[in-house]
Design a binder for this molecule. Structure first.
Ligand SMILES: C[S@@+](CC[C@H](N)C(=O)[O-])C[C@H]1O[C@@H](n2cnc3c(N)ncnc32)[C@H](O)[C@@H]1O
Length: 192
């Protein structure tokens, strides 16, 4: 396991994570609607940021763990939780080297634009296997093509690269699809 300082998002740009422009190309309700979520499921949003997916997920699900390494992100999320009087989102601060949730405590582990930022992907996938109770891992990330937004292409992973890494670490892809013009979404099950 490689102990590292997790990648951090510039907090001054945090409003970009919940901008109307982003909604036009990556609509959280539409994405979540494709996952076949059921009320009694527990959802872990790893790298939740300001709650772009955690908040709409909380309207569908019994429990959402919103995990992030940046306390500033969780502070912004907490403001939204209080404003919305939401009772089923639990913000969880992580050191970035683990998923600080109990064994088998989640049905879905969801990462939106986070996988490419993980330094020790093998270890984090081992953590995802530990935390999942026979559920699904959902990875949304940037297409590996030049575009005006998002991280440099050199930092991106293609769906094929993500599938290969995840296959080598205990996950099989069920769905590999577009998530708007700039992103893809891959849904994995645990391989047995
Ligand atoms: C690009 S932002 C995306 C936020 C959110 N998923 C969204 O789509 O709006 C990536 C987030 O992942 C967090 N992050 C990066 N590495 C992490 C790790 N190892 N564990 C938990 N959070 C992490 C960052 O702090 C940041 O808030």
């Amino acid at each position: 396991m490689v102990l590292t300082m997790a990648h951090r998002f510039n907090i001054k740009k945090a409003e970009l994570l919940d901008s109307p422009d982003r909604r036009s190309f990556l609509d959280p309700d539409s994405i979540l609607g494709k996952l076949g979520l059921e009320k009694d499921m527990v959802f872990a949003d790893l790298g939740c940021g300001t709650g772009y997916f955690s908040i709409p997920a909380s309207a569908i699900l019994r429990k959402v763990y919103a995990v992030d390494v940046q306390q500033e992100m969780l502070d912004l999320l907490n403001t939204r939780i209080k404003k919305g009087k939401l009772t089923n989102i639990e913000p969880v601060l992580s050191d970035g080297n683990s998923i600080p949730l109990a064994n088998g405590s989640a049905d879905i582990i969801f990462m939106a634009n986070v996988f490419h930022e993980l330094d020790d992907k093998e270890h984090m996938l081992a953590e995802a296997r530990r935390v999942l109770s026979d559920g699904k891992l959902v990875i949304i990330d940037w297409k590996k093509i030049e575009m005006d937004i998002g991280p440099p292409v050199s930092e991106r992973f293609s769906p094929e690269e993500v599938i290969s890494i995840c296959r080598n670490n205990g996950f099989e892809p069920d769905v590999n699809t577009e998530a708007g013009p700039y992103n893809y979404m891959i849904v994995f099950s645990l391989s047995h």
